[in-house]
Design a protein around this ligand. Structure first.
Ligand SMILES: Cc1cc2nc3c(=O)[nH]c(=O)nc-3n(C[C@H](O)[C@H](O)[C@H](O)COP(=O)(O)OP(=O)(O)OC[C@H]3O[C@@H](n4cnc5c(N)ncnc54)[C@H](O)[C@@H]3O)c2cc1C
Length: 353
């Protein structure tokens, strides 16, 4: 009898598995490579919403927890996962500059919003209204994290590289069984894949498709990230990620010409040097209707749990929220009500009748 089955190895499943190991719990992970959100993500950690200069939900608390969490993972996996750099927000008007300085007076934002106006970041990125610098930001190499965590689990015989087939799950009062595996609890972390999960597909997880271009430019020589209508993120070796797009309608995983053309247009308004497009990637963000994560216990099956709905901020949310889910399961510590799926209980009973 295992303590847990984990379904899905994106940011959510990785954070949970890592906590389980730290707690010396026995577990096995199922992963079928059906979703790409974590793998294609920009991996940016940045507590500030750069459209409105507000703090993302609980992001100041999350960053203090998440960065040490990933630093420990770097040591465990022997990989350089974190790349710290500043993000420069290009201003489009004097009004935007004023809003930035007003926001920087807020004590929760002041550690991140630098109050020095930056005239130039790079000679190929002109700005009539200068740039604002965000401190304490950077990116997690999410693709490297997934690949190396997979190898780590494989080497400890903790990974089943296969689709979890919901029809084979048997629920008992104090355990679950699946294809010969018995466990006390099951943690569902399928990202947008949860729409196929008959136990949790009543939850309002809408999904939001995002696409990035990868460009190569020898001239640009940019070491920091710049945000205008799109982000440019340095990847090293003259490569940059440019994006991302947001699309509520299209739920396919493939890159589209429409997104490519939009990103190219935005990029051409941002940089003045030449570049070539070398790749394009796409994934579905697990976005929710009320922009809060979906965490907690199934209304009728006490052994089933979910850790999902991280939207566009999985890097910062996953480590702390997954720990809170385990505190809830193992120590009866209530979940924050704004993330607890109990808020959708009425929806569950409506959908069951
Ligand atoms: C283009 C783009 C850019 C982004 N940029 C950022 C960013 O810069 N910063 C940030 O913080 N976030 C970013 N995000 C959001 C971030 O990627 C997500 O919040 C996060 O990856 C969600 O992680 P997850 O583990 O919940 O879901 P996923 O990453 O989707 O992982 C779910 C896993 O479950 C597996 N799975 C599903 N169903 C089954 C099944 N039946 N059996 C077995 N396995 C299954 C899937 O294959 C997948 O690996 C971005 C997303 C996109 C698409």
């Amino acid at each position: 009898m295992l303590d847990y089955i984990v379904v899905g190895l994106g940011l959510s499943g990785i954070a949970l598995s890592n906590h389980l190991e730290a707690r010396k719990r026995s577990f096995v992970v199922f992963e079928d490579d059906s979703q790409t959100s974590t793998k294609v993500a920009g991996g940016i950690y940045n507590p500030v919403i750069l459209k409105r200069f507000t703090l993302a939900w609980e992001a100041d608390k999350q960053i203090n927890y998440s960065i040490p969490f990933y630093e420990k993972l770097e040591k465990k996996l022997g990989e350089d996962l974190l790349n710290s750099f500043n993000i420069y927000r290009r201003f489009h008007s004097v009004e935007e500059q004023n809003n930035w300085f007003e926001a920087a007076d807020n004590f929760r934002l002041s550690p991140f919003l630098n109050t020095q106006l930056i005239r130039e970041v790079n000679s190929f990125i002109p700005s009539d209204f200068s740039f604002g610098k965000v401190d304490k930001t950077g990116a997690l190499d999410t693709d490297l994290l997934v690949n190396s965590y997979k190898k780590y689990l494989q080497s400890h015989q903790l990974l089943k590289n296969e689709r979890f087939d919901y029809t084979k799950l048997k629920l008992k009062e104090d355990s679950v069984s699946y294809d010969g595996v018995e466990a006390k609890n099951i943690l569902f972390c399928e990202g947008f894949g949860v729409v196929k999960n008959p136990y949790f597909n009543y939850l309002p997880l809408r999904g939001n498709k995002g696409e990035y271009l990868v460009i190569k430019s020898e001239d640009l020589q940019l070491k920091q990230a710049v945000k205008s209508s799109v982000f440019i993120l340095p990847l090293g070796n003259d490569l940059y990620k440019v994006g991302a797009t947001y699309n509520h309608e299209d739920k396919t995983q493939e890159p589209t010409l429409q997104a490519k053309e939009k990103l190219q247009r935005d990029l051409d308004q941002l940089i003045t040097c030449t570049y070539e497009i070398v790749d394009q990637v796409a994934g579905i963000r697990p976005a929710t209707s009320d922009r809060r994560p979906l965490v907690g216990n199934h209304p009728e099956h006490p052994r089933l749990f979910i850790c999902n709905g991280f939207g566009s901020r999985g890097v910062l949310i996953a480590p702390l929220l997954s720990e809170k889910l385990l505190n809830f399961i193992e120590d009866d510590i209530p979940l924050p009500p704004e993330v607890d799926i109990a808020r959708f209980q009425k929806k569950f009973y409506k959908s069951s009748f």
